[in-house]
Design a protein around this ligand. Structure first.
Ligand SMILES: C[S@@+](CC[C@H](N)C(=O)[O-])C[C@H]1O[C@@H](n2cnc3c(N)ncnc32)[C@H](O)[C@@H]1O
Length: 221
């Protein structure tokens, strides 16, 4: 990696990844974009010189016009046609010499029954929407015919603390339990039960880890 003028965080959420990337790469300008107004509101609470947050869909051509020479995409969420389109759009936006890093999950392994059930529900829901929970396993193929050339693909093993993962999953479950596919396939009683089991695991002193593998692909034009 090298000196960058403009870095873009595609799906910046509340801005933690944007600020981290800005601190590490030290470009002249860092752009964080997201399509969720609530996330952007949180991101803008801590303004930082040379960091801008704006509302946009990352696969839209118009968005990519303030071209960046480096882009990072933490968690693409699936292997859908839309993900391929994001890669094509940003290949055009960054142009020659541009670079892209995508991070995705390749594995989430646990012995804890509530987490096993949670991952299996998420996998089924994502499959229904043409996405893949473990898209990190096929990340190398995602950019085919997009203009990007794979420079490096790393698979890193991580041990993620159980209470932290349980808290994250409980928050997510509260959101996706209203999804139409989920409502059709699981009863509200089953989801209440799963939520209660996840919440019971969020206590700070709960022992255990989730074994995860994080794929990180580095592409260049
Ligand atoms: C898993 S979160 C990652 C947030 C942040 N980058 C981080 O690592 O903490 C994915 C983010 O992408 C955003 N997102 C999903 N689809 C998007 C799209 N098509 N255009 C822009 N943002 C999108 C979501 O709102 C969410 O904030």
């Amino acid at each position: 990696m090298g000196d960058y003028t403009t870095v873009a965080d595609l799906g910046c959420g509340p801005g933690y990844s944007t600020r981290l990337v800005h601190r590490v790469l030290r470009p002249a300008l860092t752009l964080g974009l997201d399509n969720a107004a609530s996330h952007l509101e949180l991101a803008r609470r801590e303004p930082l010189a040379a960091v801008r947050f704006f509302a946009a869909r990352r696969h839209a051509h118009a968005v990519a016009s303030p071209s960046a020479d480096f882009a990072i995409l933490p968690f693409l969420a699936g292997s859908s046609e839309r993900s391929r389109r994001v890669l094509r759009v940003w290949a055009e936006a960054v142009g020659p010499g541009g670079q892209l890093v995508v991070q995705e999950t390749s594995e989430l392994a646990t012995d804890v029954p509530a987490l096993k059930r949670y991952y299996s529900h998420v996998e089924a829901m994502q499959a229904h929407y043409g996405q893949a929970l473990y898209v990190g396993r096929t990340l190398d193929r995602l950019a085919e015919k997009s203009g990007w050339h794979l420079r490096e693909l790393r698979q890193t093993r991580l041990a993620l603390r159980l209470p932290v993962m349980a808290r994250l999953h409980a928050m997510n479950l509260r959101t996706w339990r209203r999804d139409p596919f989920v409502v059709e396939h699981w009863t509200q009683g089953e989801l209440d039960q799963l939520l209660a089991e996840l919440e019971a695991l969020t206590k700070e002193d709960t022992p255990g880890v989730v074994h995860s593998v994080l794929a990180e692909a580095h592409w260049v034009i």
